[in-house]
Design a binder for this molecule. Structure first.
Ligand code: NAD
Length: 367
């Protein structure tokens, strides 16, 4: 079976980290017997430069036909003054909206070798492996009515609307419960049911879904503010956290920082079964280090592992890739962002090469 991939390198360090993905895909084809049909397109500033549009409809159509989309990053100072509706980020938002990517998966995984990079004490974060599932296409960021209105007497009123429907809650809940079944069988659902009707509905619908389809999974409800505290106090209590767009935005960034480095954080955005998933590092285009060979490609490589697991049904290969990352880190191979005493600093390309060598070594040992 040939997997159809769409690669969108984007801007800044995007093309640099994507070059390492190309190396890994090349190795998977030549040495792991996995066939890919790869197309590449423009997004963000690169697409604005070429087409005055951050994501053309032609590129969007190519994305629709893929099994998975791998994206680098978009944006940078060069496009800071372009019109709001064609700014680089608009290309990414269009892609998420058009493909109805409603579930955003943000793992927070602490590799043993990087335990000291966290701002929390090593004994609190050692072995941490949690997954935040954030609803991505509904809630207060999209709800109507919204706006700023003049209410007289020199006063203005800003307003947004938090809305969720049964089906919006159920579909993201289903993703979270399904994932928990493949992990440690626990889902923590976060909202503010104590003060928000949308939160009350969220809790009721998640409870009903659990009762009807997932009562083999442990379900816990938690207010989002308590979750924010618990993530710092005792993060290992969590397995999968499912929450709405707004709380997910905040909690996923908080959880990410438990792991220490932006250069290590992958993400996935999933839609309905059968539609392509979007896989991208959490970091941006890092203009301050672009073109210098300093970017850490591991966030993007770990995003590829998520694509193999969630869109391409190649879970075993995803495990191998993640294990190779672990071994390379244990050996002290580090890009500048994760450099530590007694380690060896390497470039973006050398990190990719180290990973390929490790994959090759593991293959030889297994033979
Ligand atoms: P950033 O994530 O690009 O960079 C923040 C800091 O982290 C920088 O010091 C950078 O050098 C470092 N960093 C990021 N990724 C790294 C990596 N892989 N290896 C080593 N160091 C890394 O965030 P920013 O500086 O706020 O934004 C820069 C541009 O990226 C802006 O135009 C922003 O809009 C855009 N952005 C895009 C995305 C996306 O494409 N999904 C996400 C966030 C920001």
């Amino acid at each position: 079976m040939t997997h159809k991939l769409m690669i969108l390198p984007g801007d800044g360090i995007g093309p640099e980290v994507m070059a390492e993905i190309r190396k890994v895909l090349g190795w998977l084809e030549s040495d792991a017997g996995i066939a890919f049909d790869i197309e590449e397109g423009l997004i963000g500033g690169a697409s604005i430069d070429a087409h005055n549009d951050p994501l053309t409809n032609d590129t969007l159509e190519q994305c629709r036909k893929a099994d998975a989309i791998l994206l680098g990053a978009v944006g940078g100072p060069k496009w800071a003054d372009v019109e709001y509706n064609i700014r680089p980020e608009a290309g990414l938002l269009k892609l998420r909206k058009e493909l109805d990517l409603f579930a955003n998966l943000r793992p927070a995984l602490v590799f043993d070798a990087l335990v000291d990079a966290s701002s929390l004490k090593p004994d609190i974060v050692k072995g941490l492996d949690i997954l935040i599932v954030r609803e991505l296409t509904g809630g207060v960021y999209f709800g109507e009515p919204r706006g700023i209105e003049d209410i007289g007497n020199g006063q203005r009123r800003g307003f947004n609307t938090q809305t969720y429907t049964t089906s919006e809650i159920q579909r993201v809940g289903r993703v979270a419960f399904d994932l928990a079944r493949k992990r440690s069988n626990k889902v923590t659902s976060c909202e503010k049911a104590n003060v928000m009707e949308s939160g009350k509905l969220w809790r009721e619908e998640i409870t009903a879904l659990h009762g009807s389809e997932f009562n083999d999974i442990e379900l816990e409800h938690m207010y989002a503010d308590n979750c924010a505290m618990q993530l710092l106090r005792s993060p290992s209590q969590f397995d999968v956290i499912v929450t709405d767009n707004l709380f997910g935005d905040i909690l996923s960034d908080e959880a990410a920082m438990l792991t220490g480095s932006l250069g290590m954080l992958p993400s996935a955005s999933l839609g309905n079964p059968g539609s392509p998933g979007l896989y991208e590092p959490v970091h941006g285009s890092a203009p301050d280090i672009a073109g210098q060979g300093k970017a850490n490609p591991l966030a993007t490589i770990l995003s590829l592992a998520m694509a193999l697991r969630y869109s391409l049904n190649e879970g075993q290969t995803a495990d191998q890739l993640e294990q190779a990352v672990q071994v390379v880190l244990n050996a002290g191979t580090r890009t500048p962002d994760i450099m530590a005493p007694n380690c060896i600093e390497v470039s973006t390309a050398a990190m990719g090469d180290a990973l390929i060598s490790q994959l090759q070594k593991s293959k030889a040992e297994a033979a």
